[in-house]
Design a protein around this ligand. Sequence first.
Ligand code: GLY
Length: 363
Amino acid sequence: MIRDKITRRNFVVSLMKTGVILPIIGKGGMERRLGQGRTKLPLIMTSKTNPAVKEQITATAWEVLQKGGTPMDAAEKATNVSEIDPRDPTVGYGGDPNEEGFLQLDASAMDGSDHNNAGAVAALENIKTPCSVARLVMERTDHLMLVGKGALQFAKMHGFKEENLLTEEARRHWVEWKENLSNRDYYISPRKKHKLEEGGTINVLVLDEKGDIAGVTSTVGHHFKIVGRVGDSPIIGAGLYVDNDVGAAGATGHGAEAIKVCASFLAVEKMREGYSPQSACRYVCQRVIDRHGGKPLFGLKIVALTKNGDYGCCSIRGKIHKETGKVIGLGFSVHDANGHRTEAGEAILPPMTEEERKSIPWR
Ligand code: GLY
């Protein structure tokens, strides 16, 4: 039986390495569609569609590869773009703080070419580029994750400077949130309606011409989260997973749910079984939806690619296409030999209704 499994696994992996597509293997009923897309290597993929930074993110990774950098160099430098850009309230500097008004950042890095080695930091304060610290945890320690004070000490030991990460805009956003928390406290709100958004994050997955893969995930976590809260982003297997024999996946959105199903690991394991990235992402999303009786009151998006350049993306909740009125995915960006592009991806459910939003306890 064990021998059987090993043989089967090796067979699938060798098919993926040679680029043969997957319909041959698997149990009846499993979907075997091609991915959302397929491209020639190298391939950069990111969860980000934010107009301000998305092209800069993928272009940075592309340039690093063109100059002979590794997939890990490319994933790190691309993520740094988003981390240091204050216009993105969900990643790094300029992000929204926790409930006490300061930022605690989470990040992870995983390098397929280094035996799928991994590193992570959680609840890291005052450092603009947490993913670079996560990479150093991977490369310069025998540990996997450093948190809080220890992570900060480690970063400083490696020459990172402590900086104030709270921008004026994020501070105002936080004060406004506090003032709107309750109508039975002593804060007085200026009565401006503010839209609270789901926790945001960046995943960057990089596949080079040799088929080596690296991934990075970085986030501020949930806006106004409880001090000390850690999400999925620094958890290997939840917010990020890379297997150099198969592919990589990353998650953004409601981190607790990504942790509960080991979302990124699950997506990669499904691709190992023979699912396309698109089907693997959909499988993970459906699994989460089913855990919530078909009506999850949160968002989650999975991006994935295989070693041979197939890629896909699925979200639990999508958005409505302005012209067609159809539900479409929340989007992702890729960069390959044809340059940068943003694609919609797929979504399983429509956006939450106003009634559903109101029923979320923490809103
Ligand atoms: N996915 C980001 C977080 O929940 O922390």
